[in-house]
Ligand binder design. Structure first.
Ligand SMILES: Cc1cc2nc3c(=O)[nH]c(=O)nc-3n(C[C@H](O)[C@H](O)[C@H](O)COP(=O)(O)OP(=O)(O)OC[C@H]3O[C@@H](n4cnc5c(N)ncnc54)[C@H](O)[C@@H]3O)c2cc1C
Ligand code: FES
Length: 253
């Protein structure tokens, strides 16, 4: 893990309340694996002591992208950064997705901002010659911010919006079984709200291996404070270092 002063190369508002930040750091860009995250100091005064965790969204030529949804003070600070500003970042951190094994088809399931690590994963799967299907849900069409990037990488995208403004209307979990049957995947990879992950895990139990990326509020980000634990069949585990990616069958919901 590195601690770097990463220069902001660009900050693009891709939808209301969602920004794509490109940060320059050859060290992090070189080492990051899909599913890992970085820990970002969001400001310099005492109000911002705790770093905020963000998935590595993509890696490009010595830089990496974050896809950030504005929900509070730290993310508001990040959304206001300009090219040339410098951020204190540690990472890459945590256990990412295992995706290089001997299988043919992967189904990726993303709810809302949960798409962030799955674009990086889709690119990794493609480099490994896998067939990729993508079930992508958001509240509205505007929230499906990665459709164009994904079209270049995956075989087929199944879009779902809660208001019906694009794709199927409803929650993506309502369409999971149908999509699963159509694609017959050998692996599932999911990231999004916990209730979505729980339902995907339940639907796949005993069928195909399913990996999920969990979110917890984090303090230290290095496995020391235990603020981020989740319950597993082997006892409590720390999402920051034992995860954030887990085999879904491990988790006690
Ligand atoms: C491993 C990991 C990867 C993540 N990747 C991304 C990502 O790629 N893009 C992204 O936009 N967000 C991501 N998050 C969530 C992100 O870390 C939080 O939204 C962020 O820390 C909020 O900071 P804030 O100061 O703006 O909000 P705060 O002012 O701290 O809180 C505002 C609101 O956000 C909620 N919140 C705060 N932290 C979290 C959290 N960790 N999980 C869920 N809700 C939270 C609070 O309960 C509160 O309601 C990730 C979280 C984890 C644990
Ligand atoms: S955030 Fe401290 S142990 Fe995970």
């Amino acid at each position: 893990m590195h601690r770097v002063k990463a220069r902001v190369e660009s900050n693009v508002k891709v939808a209301p309340g969602i920004h794509r930040l490109r940060l320059s750091s050859p060290e992090i860009a070189l080492e990051a694996e899909p599913g890992q995250f970085v820990h970002v100091l969001c400001g310099e005064n005492r109000d911002y002591i705790l770093r905020r965790p963000f998935s590595v969204h993509r890696v490009r030529n010595g830089s990496f992208d974050l896809l950030i949804q504005v929900v509070g003070r730290g993310t508001t600070y990040l959304s206001q950064l300009e090219a040339g500003d410098v951020l204190d970042v540690t990472g890459p951190t945590g256990r990412g997705f295992e995706f290089t094994g001997n299988f043919k088809k992967g189904l990726l399931v993303a709810g809302g901002i949960g798409v962030a690590p799955l674009v990086f994963l889709a690119e990794g799967l493609r480099e490994n010659g896998k067939e990729i299907y993508f079930l992508y849900g958001a509240a509205t069409r505007e929230g499906l911010v990665c459709l164009d990037d994904l079209r270049e990488v995956v075989q087929k995208i199944f879009s779902v919006t809660e208001d019906g403004s694009f794709g199927y209307e409803g929650l993506l979990t309502e369409f999971f079984s149908e999509v699963f049957e159509e694609c017959s995947p050998n692996r599932i990879f999911a990231c999004g709200p916990e209730e979505m992950l729980r339902k995907v895990a339940a639907s796949t139990a005993g069928t195909v291996p399913c990996q999920i990326s969990l979110e917890r509020k984090m303090a230290c980000g290095i496995g020391a404070c235990l603020s981020c634990v989740c319950r597993t069949r082997e006892g409590y585990k720390r999402v920051c270092v034992d995860g954030p990616v887990f085999d879904a069958s491990e988790i006690i919901w």
